[in-house]
Design a protein around this ligand. Sequence first.
Ligand code: FES
Ligand code: FES
Length: 132
Amino acid sequence: MYSEKVMDHFTNPRNVGEIKNADGIGEVGNPKCGDIMKMYLKIEDGVITDVKFKTFGCGAAIATSSMATELVKGKTIEEALKVTNKRVAEELGGLPSAKLHCSLLAEQAIKAALLDYAKKNNIEIEELKDFD
Ligand code: FES
Ligand code: FES
């Protein structure tokens, strides 16, 4: 049912934990199942220099958080905004359709963390205008 990449990121998730003094923190919940994902970002000169996550959720949610952190690490804010749930699922070699909502958590957690960073620094991120 799950691709090898999903199993790999589930059994050996990357960037688990939290960042003290994170520049942006995003916490989102999945209304479908009540699961929670928290994302911490360290941002310097518009670049995500470090990222960590904590997820209370199913295997797919853990695998997508792990993959999402890898996709945004070392990237600019602009690039991180392009990491959609579709992209995360693709990078994982696909997800069963019943599990696609889990990958949405990862996209939303990154966006929530970027929005938190923007608010704290009085920056406006055009792409996040309707996100909240
Ligand atoms: Fe909650 Fe998937 S339904 S872990
Ligand atoms: Fe709850 Fe996957 S995040 S079922």
